[in-house]
Design a protein around this ligand. Structure first.
Ligand code: GAR
Length: 188
């Protein structure tokens, strides 16, 4: 199988990155991770890139040209799909135009519900019965691109924020690889 070159954008823990690295080592999985982009020098996820010898760049989003620097690297590594995995920065319209329909994101709610930040506390506050995660294409509007895959679970009455987060993230590790398989039309 000819794999597509992927880049994963992270800002923090990198547990989704870890999961994608693990899956991409399977010869049947359609992507290989060639680059990690991170906007936080203290992100734990950087250590994963180092551990698995994946080139990584740490960007300073305060610099005016930081997106050009990313674009230059995406070209260098011939990246054809970008996976946002806990990347906590808004991507510019210009950047999205350059990689239209090639940027996907994982979000910890059942979109279109609970776009944006602090999803777990908002889900509990709203007394939702169900929640979950969504993998979607990235477009110019926040958390609003076409949905590729969703997974959900029921919220039990005694669930706290940590329970909701743990359950959601467990499902993320299934949903993200599944979405990638779906994009490349490989049934899981
Ligand atoms: C994930 O739960 C992801 O859904 C969320 O950040 C977490 C990153 O965890 N993303 C967002 O909230 C995007 N709006 P990770 O760094 O351990 O993969």
């Amino acid at each position: 199988m000819v794999k597509k070159n992927a880049c994963v954008f992270i800002s923090g823990e990198g547990t989704n990155l870890k999961n994608l690295i693990r899956r991409s080592r399977d010869y049947c999985f359609p992507i290989t991770i060639k680059l990690v982009v991170c906007n936080n020098p203290k992100a734990k996820g950087i250590n994963l890139a180092k551990k698995y010898s994946i080139p990584h760049i740490i960007i300073d989003t305060k610099l005016r040209n930081f997106e050009n620097y990313i674009l230059k690297n995406l070209r260098k590594y011939r990246i054809s799909i970008i996976c946002l995995a806990g990347y906590m920065k808004i991507i510019s319209k210009n950047f999205i135009r350059n990689y239209r329909k090639k940027i996907i994101n994982i979000h910890p709610s059942l979109l279109p519900k609970f776009k944006g930040l602090n999803t777990f506390s908002r889900v509990l506050k709203k007394k939702e019965i169900k929640t979950g995660c969504t993998v979607h294409y990235v477009n110019e509007k926040l958390d609003a691109g076409r949905i590729i895959s969703q997974k959900s679970f029921y919220i039990l009455p005694d669930f706290n924020e940590k329970d909701v987060k743990d359950r959601t993230q467990k499902l993320e590790y299934l949903a993200y690889p599944e979405a990638i398989l779906k994009i490349f039309r490989i049934s899981s």
